[in-house]
Design a protein around this ligand. Structure first.
Ligand code: GLC
Length: 473
């Protein structure tokens, strides 16, 4: 099959969160099993763009209301990512460092979608399926169905994969004129709660809807930031497919970012050596259990619980545990976390920012990984941590519920039900006790390291879904 993935992020080209990891891995595995897979993202001013060679394969102009933008489609020359990568170059809108967070994000991602469709329509062949990811490509299924310009794609199946339903790309009807021409009888399809809602549009128009874990699909029927009733309506074309991880990038036996490589056979020694390096870097005590957090410091991820929970856990276990936080996001949370530095010197540290290499070392050198998420459509960090022999401590929600089972039920981690300081601290206390029983601890670590979360297993489920909708052509 010829498959297009359209997304705002793709690792290692441009990454903000887990969306990038998925779009950087799933296509590779689909390619490996014989499909022709093309990934399309905007051309940001990133390191990858500067350090790699591209050829321009298509140039054109698009109209966004009264604005005209010239664009180029740049193809990465070597296909070294394991799939064909295409960047949509619209210099005025995307030649910037960050992926999101600009005042004109609506204009940026609309132009990206319109340019992408202009190119795809102009090719000789028609793809077998177009897989959109999150709201940044959510208007594509609508435009394929209704915009006159893309008539050629009317019978091409589209699928929307929802990585996070909290963000929906809403904008007012005053920008309706940005969209390429379509018959106004269809205008209602664009509407949700009195505005144009890109994610809602995708859910209505795509031939299939997938979420990144089965449990998240259940949850969004009653908690989806206003889209609950819509999710109920489209249940018949929806499926929850648990994400995988790229086991080539995330392999403690080969990972070049670690100080020592290790496998299930020698993880005790290997993890301790990585822990020593990490503790050295952050002035922590390598003889004590190390709890880490990696991710965006947002309420959604339970980031606001971390300052209070860390202070409480560190006071209750004075000099008996270490906590290390890597992440950035909400400035108030960042400041609160940094305010603790002086009180718990030697047992607590932070790295405010994003650092992929450090993240790898933290997965390897930590004993426990904290994920107190309020919302977690899938979560990849718990899978990375399981593979690196670090026990995840998670709130039972979304994909965390699908992947982490409490050790009290013979599982691979530690679970709590509420996103509260009390629940997080209670779990840390259970971990502190568990850490004293090395035999039990190692048994749980091994269960985690043995779990298979590879895309190889999962990517077939995507293909099945594409086949299912292709038959409905
Ligand atoms: C988003 C979700 C996260 C998921 C990732 C990849 O970042 O918040 O839970 O794992 O997308 O699908």
């Amino acid at each position: 099959m010829e498959i297009f993935h359209i997304s705002a992020e793709c690792y290692p080209v441009a990454k903000v969160g887990g969306l990038a990891d998925v779009v950087g891995a799933l296509p590779k595995y689909q390619n490996n099993v014989g499909h022709l897979v093309r990934v399309v993202i905007p051309c940001y001013d990133t390191k990858f763009r500067k350090e790699n060679k591209f050829e321009c394969i298509y140039s054109d102009t698009i109209t966004l209301g009264s604005f005209n933008f010239s664009f180029n489609i740049l193809k990465e020359k070597t296909d070294k990512l394991g799939f064909e990568l295409y960047l949509v170059e619209i210099p005025e809108l995307f030649d910037r460092k960050d992926v999101y967070g600009y005042e004109d994000d609506i204009e940026r991602f609309l132009s990206f979608q319109i340019a992408t469709l202009a190119w795809i329509t102009n090719r000789n062949e028609v793809p077998d399926v177009i897989n959109c990811h999150d709201h940044h490509s959510g208007l594509i299924p609508f435009m394929m169905l209704y915009c006159h310009k893309y008539e050629k794609l009317r019978n091409t199946p589209s699928m929307i994969t929802i990585h996070n339903g909290l963000y929906q790309g809403q904008f007012g009807f005053d920008k309706l004129y940005y969209l390429p021409e379509f018959d106004l009888v269809h205008v209602k399809v664009l509407e949700w709660d009195n505005c144009i809602n890109s994610l809602a549009v995708a859910i209505k128009c795509a031939w299939a809807v997938t979420t990144v874990s089965p449990n998240y699909l259940n949850e969004i029927n009653y908690s989806a930031n206003g889209l609950e009733s819509l999710f109920n309506l489209v249940r018949y074309k929806s499926r929850g497919i648990l994400n995988g991880i790229d086991v080539e990038v995330w392999d403690p036996a080969k990972d070049a970012m670690l100080s020592t490589n290790y496998s299930i056979k020698n993880f005790e020694k290997g993890k301790q050596e990585n822990k020593e390096k990490l503790c050295n870097l952050f002035n922590l005590d390598p003889t004590k259990p190390l709890f880490s957090f990696i991710g965006r410091l947002l309420e959604e991820k339970g980031g606001d619980l971390l300052p209070h929970a860390s202070a409480l856990a560190l006071s209750e276990n004075y000099q008996q545990i270490n906590i290390l936080i890597l992440g950035s996001g909400n400035t108030a949370i960042e400041n609160q976390l940094n305010d603790l530095l002086s009180d718990y010197k030697g047992n607590y540290n932070t790295f405010i920012g994003y650092n992929e290499e450090l993240a790898h070392l933290i997965y390897a050198g930590s004993d426990f990984l904290l994920m107190p998420s309020r919302v977690e459509p899938c979560g990849l960090n718990q899978m990375y941590s399981l593979r690196y022999g670090t026990i995840p401590i998670v709130r039972r929600t979304g994909g965390l519920r699908d992947t982490v089972i409490d050790f009290g039920d013979d599982g691979n981690g530690i679970c709590h039900d509420q996103a509260t300081v009390g629940d997080v601290c209670y779990s840390i206390q259970r971990a502190v006790n568990l850490y004293k029983d090395k035999e039990h601890l190692n048994k749980i670590i091994k269960i985690g390291m043995n779990t298979d979360h590879s895309w190889e297993r999962v990517c077939q489920e995507y293909i099945e879904m594409y086949k299912l909708i292709s038959n409905k052509k």
